[in-house]
Ligand binder design. Structure first.
Ligand code: TMO
Length: 317
């Protein structure tokens, strides 16, 4: 290589600056070293995706911090800046908390995943194959099969095993009332997502009927699970939103949220976060790495990042 004189180096530096300025006007702002705070909730895809996104940010030189957070209260935490992002804003369970916080000022909509969602009561396919509730998945079948779904704790009624109450609040008890099913069915809340998967396994082993809360995208997409078809959702149909409550859950969106300062403090990370977009298959895979393959969440994320560089690396460029 040819040695350069100090003068020619200076000329090169000056030329470089001039050409950069002439293209961009100003140099790019560097991202802050303050940590990007990512919430951890209580279902598998969300936790794996938290570490996937954190890993992506770290690959760009950002600092990241993970905090356990309530999945409703998190939107207020994003609004006031204690948490930076939410990467799985599910319409049915969290749409209201998300928009309530946005209306107060400080939360931005950072885009929508390709995956569409459903968060609904349903049955494993073998319940239908064994004809334990003839007429399913139409909800009206529930008027006539509750005796096949009683449990020790259900007081003679059929049991709906809902997820933790922090997800859907009183939606399901209110829906049973509204649809005239409350004298035949009762809602029990699971302590956590794992209790739903345990119930699916034990009901299958015991050959008894079971109705559980579930969602898609999830690892059960690959397993054979049928969601019950309730009267269609329309905005405002729920009791909590002033409606008569006679509706199922929306075929919904899955959004990303951020604190309003994030684009300013971490422009590169924010840009990548807005480009980031997961499909039904990808989110189902993230859940399956934990719930089917039994990896821990961090190992699942590390594997996902390694196997999918062609998916996420372009978002960082
Ligand atoms: C929020 N969830 C996906 C568990 O319904």
């Amino acid at each position: 290589m040819k040695l350069r004189t100090p003068n020619s180096i200076r000329a090169l530096v000056v030329a470089g600056c001039v050409s950069l300025l002439s293209v961009t006007g100003v140099a790019k702002a560097a991202d802050s070293t303050a940590p990007i705070v990512i919430p951890i909730h209580n279902w598998s895809s969300q936790v794996v995706m938290a570490y996937v996104i954190g890993g992506m940010f770290e690959s760009m030189g950002s600092n990241v911090e993970y905090v356990p957070a309530d999945s409703q209260a998190v939107y207020e935490s994003i609004r006031n800046g204690d948490v930076t992002i939410s990467h799985e804003v599910w319409q049915s369970t969290f749409g209201k908390s998300f928009y309530n916080a946005m209306a107060k000022g400080g939360v931005i909509d950072a885009g929508t995943h390709s995956a569409t969602t459903l968060e609904e009561m349903g049955v494993p396919n073998w319940v239908i194959e064994q004809d334990l509730c003839p007429g399913l998945p139409n909800w009206e079948a529930l008027k006539d099969c509750s005796e096949n779904f009683t449990t020790a704790d259900s007081g003679g009624k059929g049991r709906w095993l809902e997820g933790p109450q922090s997800w859907h609040g009183d939606l399901m008890p209110e829906r049973l009332e509204a649809l005239g099913l409350a004298d035949k069915w009762t809602v029990k809340f699971a302590g956590g997502a794992d209790a739903l998967w345990t119930e699916l396994a034990s009901a299958k082993k015991e050959g008894r009927g079971t109705i559980v809360f579930n969602w898609t995208p999830n690892f059960t997409d690959a397993d054979g699970f049928t969601f019950i078809e309730f009267p269609p959702y329309t905005d405002g149909c729920r009791k909590a939103d002033g409606g008569d409550g006679k509706c199922g859950s929306p075929k919904g969106w899955l959004k990303k949220a951020a604190n309003y300062k994030f684009p300013k403090t971490h422009p590169a990370a924010y840009t990548a976060f807005t480009k980031l977009d997961f499909s039904t298959t990808q989110i189902g895979q993230m859940a399956a790495l934990v719930d089917t393959d039994k990896l821990d969440h961090k190992d699942a994320a590390a594997k996902w990042l390694k196997d999918n560089e062609a998916v996420w690396m372009p978002w960082t460029k």
